[in-house]
Design a protein around this ligand. Structure first.
Ligand code: BTN
Length: 330
């Protein structure tokens, strides 16, 4: 959305009564026709802006775009989301966040988008990212930890996502598939892609990109079988803006505690409680091999603990787990 449209949206939000086109144009230092055009753009985006002659404009209803001003109406964090870059459409919020991070964007900077044209998932997969429906949010982190320690961040992010989802729909049940997929009734509702730029012993930046299927409708059967959304589960539409603010609040909370404590001990029980794999036989595909065994939990460093057929315990630090048997849910 153009800069003028965003500034006009802010003015309309802040004025209880009608405000004239003349007043807006003076406040922004632009022509009245520029104001009119920008209001047209807001309307195209779905905002309902009433226009009454001799009185001016009034925003009668907001829509649910995860733009900075909207998220900041609710957000209660110290740092996460202080800066929010919103795009109507972007290839991938993670790609843009990685670029911004390389150019020096601050710790806690967030990128959101209404739509992604090339949303990316883990292991080279695609993330379906239609407009006006789901949440696509990436956050730039600059933790002063080693790259090995930073690999615990996906566990923090998935717990934060579950807490944010529970604050949105408290009576829905969610499960985690290691490391950070969230499922609802055997269908995936959220995933996180963490990317890192690091040297041997120091992290430059990490981008944590979360996709949550919020109001996506069941478009075709192929998706219906593997993915779901809050809307598909409940028949109710939820606010992406509120969910984004919940996610940033919860993430900041667990992230700060992790920095202080130096490990994941404090959330392991919570994570275990949501784990879909605990006690199950799985195949874990790592970069180099497939390891099969029974999941006994996660370690305080985030590794998946597997009991191998010979009784030995193996820790797996990165990979993709598939359940043995027909209802794999992967
Ligand atoms: C997965 O489950 O494979 C991870 C999916 C991650 C999708 C999110 S959407 C926001 C961010 N931008 C991307 O391109 N990917 C992540």
């Amino acid at each position: 959305m153009s800069d003028n449209s965003l500034r006009i949206l802010k003015i309309l939000r802040n004025s209880r009564d009608y405000i004239s086109g003349e007043d807006i144009s003076v406040e922004l230092g632009v022509s009245r026709s520029a104001v009119w055009k920008s209001i047209g753009k807001l309307r195209k985006k779905g905002y309902i802006v009433d226009a009454v002659s001799n009185r001016g404009y009034h925003l009668s209803e907001g829509i649910d775009l995860p733009i900075s001003d909207e998220i900041h109406r609710y957000l209660d964090t110290e740092c996460f989301g202080s800066e929010i870059v919103y795009m109507d459409s972007v290839d991938s919020t993670n790609s843009l966040a990685m670029t911004l991070a390389a150019r020096g964007a601050a710790h806690g900077t967030v990128v959101t988008a209404d739509q992604q044209t090339d949303g990316r998932g883990r292991m080279g997969r695609k993330w379906i990212s239609p407009p006006c429906s789901n949440l696509y949010l990436s956050i730039i982190l600059r933790p002063e930890v080693s790259p090995t320690e930073a690999s615990q961040i996906p566990i923090l992010s998935v717990v934060a996502s579950i807490r944010a989802l529970k604050r949105t729909v408290s009576d829905m049940s969610f499960g985690i598939k290691w490391p950070n997929d969230i499922y609802c009734r055997d269908r995936k509702i959220s995933g996180t892609l963490c990317e890192m730029k690091a040297e041997t012993d120091r992290v430059n930046h990490v981008v944590v990109g979360t996709g949550i299927n919020v109001n996506m409708k069941p478009s075709d059967d192929s998706i219906r079988d593997i993915a779901t959304s809050l809307f598909m589960e409940t028949g109710i539409e939820y606010s992406r803006v509120r969910l984004a603010s919940f996610l940033l609040e919860e993430f900041e909370r667990v992230y700060n505690r992790w920095l202080i404590e130096g490990n994941l001990e404090f959330i392991i029980d919570e994570w275990d409680g949501y784990s879909l794999l605990k006690g199950k036989q799985v195949d874990v595909r790592t970069a180099t091999r497939i390891v099969s065994g029974k999941v006994t939990g996660i370690a305080r460093n985030g590794a998946l603990k597997l009991e191998l057929p010979d009784g030995t315990v193996r820790f797996v630090y990165a990979g993709d787990a598939t359940l043995h048997g027909p209802s794999s849910g992967s």
